[in-house]
Design a protein around this ligand. Structure first.
Ligand code: ZN
Length: 86
């Protein structure tokens, strides 16, 4: 009977040891999912807007034509504006 007791104690000991080893330690909680990064990466950066020096049309700087008097919406306005400068 004494042997059975020690066998049970040892079985319980190894059972607890195996149970602890089998479970992964989670001392720190998992990091929260990042919600800001994908949204920020998907949206393009805001583009600078400029006014046409001739007619005042508001347009992005990538679509504007650079000229002597500033930016222009089209070549016609640029030539008209630069003709007045002479
Ligand atoms: Zn214009």
């Amino acid at each position: 009977m004494k042997l059975l007791f020690w066998v049970l104690v040892l079985a319980l000991f190894f059972f607890v040891l195996g149970f602890k080893r089998g479970r992964p330690e989670r001392s720190t909680p998992p990091p929260p999912p990042r919600t800001d990064a994908p949204v920020a990466a998907a949206e393009p950066a805001p583009e600078r807007m400029v006014d046409c020096a001739e007619c005042g049309t508001h347009l992005p700087v990538s679509e504007a034509l650079p000229g002597r008097g500033g930016h222009f919406c089209c070549a016609e306005h640029r030539s008209r504006f630069e003709a007045r400068l002479k």
